[in-house]
Ligand binder design. Structure first.
Ligand SMILES: [Zn+2]
Length: 137
């Protein structure tokens, strides 16, 4: 199972659909930016990562609260016990690198897609007028 670094996951597709509804321009597979953000707009200076709650160790996960989050797999527990904190550290580093380059960085957690209206509002506020499509100059 290759869960980290996967592209075109269902959560990512759902976030892209929300951004399209908001009229936000974006690019995918931003390999030249630190951490290759899933979705970004270079000229507007923002980047979005869509993170799976389990693999990226979401602390305040809505799924956990609802009792839906899978526990560490029974096999390779030691591996995941190390891997998830490593993923979190790498995520923090990626965000830091991007912020240093002047990007606003937003993490969208998979569990937020349980409430698309709230997520849409958060994206609209976060990306604001700098992200939303404006009349061409
Ligand atoms: Zn979560």
């Amino acid at each position: 199972m290759r869960a980290v670094g996967q592209r075109n996951t269902l959560p990512e597709l759902a976030v892209r659909a929300i951004l399209r509804d908001l009229g936000v321009f974006y690019r995918l597979k931003n390999r030249d930016l630190p951490g290759s953000p899933d979705i970004a707009n270079r000229s507007r200076g923002w980047a979005v990562f869509v993170n799976g709650c389990f693999w990226h160790g979401h602390k305040n996960c809505a799924k956990t609260k609802a009792g839906l989050r899978p526990r560490l797999p029974a096999s390779n527990r030691g591996y995941w016990g190390r891997k998830i904190p490593e993923n979190r550290q790498r995520d923090a580093r990626k965000c830091g690198d991007l912020r240093q380059r002047g990007f606003r960085v937003m993490i969208v957690w998979e569990c937020e897609l349980r409430n698309p209206a709230a997520l849409s509002g958060r994206l609209r506020r976060a990306l604001g007028s700098s992200g939303v499509c404006e009349a061409k100059e």
